[in-house]
Design a binder for this molecule. Sequence first.
Ligand SMILES: NC(=O)c1ccc[n+]([C@@H]2O[C@H](COP(=O)([O-])OP(=O)(O)OC[C@H]3O[C@@H](n4cnc5c(N)ncnc54)[C@H](O)[C@@H]3O)[C@@H](O)[C@H]2O)c1
Length: 270
Amino acid sequence: MNTQKKVIVITGGAGGIGQACSRTFKNQPLIITDYSQAKVDETVKILSKEGFDVIGIACDITSKEDIEKLIKFVADNGSLKALIHTAGVSGTVKDLKKLYTIDLIATELLIDAFYNLAERESVAILLSSMMAHTVTVNEKYDEALINPQAPESFDIVSQFVNNDSDTMYNFVKRGVLLLSYKNVDKWGGKGARIVTVSPGVIETPMALKAAEEHPERMEMIKQATPLKRNGKPEDIADVVHFLTSDAARFITGTDILVDGGVIQNIKKMS
Ligand SMILES: NC(=O)c1ccc[n+]([C@@H]2O[C@H](COP(=O)([O-])OP(=O)(O)OC[C@H]3O[C@@H](n4cnc5c(N)ncnc54)[C@H](O)[C@@H]3O)[C@@H](O)[C@H]2O)c1
């Protein structure tokens, strides 16, 4: 095992926010992972050409076997400085169970697996969404969201989402917040941190796909944003970078909302 190198692991590394996060880590060892080997290879090639110290491995985050391989790969290449978990899908995925599995169950699988690698000053940064903040506290579904692997969890949450994938997305992203709160003491016991970041509308392939489905809603959100623009992947990446740094050493168990201020206006409208 190479314990000298402190590596930064980025899931969804081929995606919009994942790639932007990578680009903030010049001269730091990066491991990127994504669903397909072809996407990983392509991204590693691009980033290497740009001068980044990067290697990669494919991992379907819904597969425990793939996660095991990822963990071994990370352990073989260094010790964990940060897990930046950006892999996910949006409400454009209409299969609610699939959405639940990728965005929530897999997040818990990763938190648990990476806990074994975490050490003093490691940090896990999980991507939630500003839409998580539209879902209010409710004992019944919160209990299910915080235990996503329980057999009844999905069915309980489904009762509240009216068979709508966008609503389910909002709920699973609330689940991501709850999972970080659930794990904060455990990670703290190792001197490690766990934080969520909630982006607003960020111009990545994911958001562009959603924009195609709901052009009026996307325009309305832009107009309701106090800063009158959508976010760029770099707006998120810079915050994520800060959270991995020593300057953020006392930040854990909380959510950082990076939405240009729009969620307050969205809440007023509904
Ligand atoms: N873009 C936005 O407007 C926005 C807003 C709020 C939250 N977010 C969140 O930020 C994160 C990153 O979003 P993005 O805009 O960069 O999306 P993106 O679609 O550009 O990237 C997501 C990546 O996740 C990967 N992925 C999907 N399923 C996977 C699986 N089962 N295993 C491994 N990898 C998988 C995809 O291949 C893709 O490369 C997501 O969690 C998303 O919900 C994005």
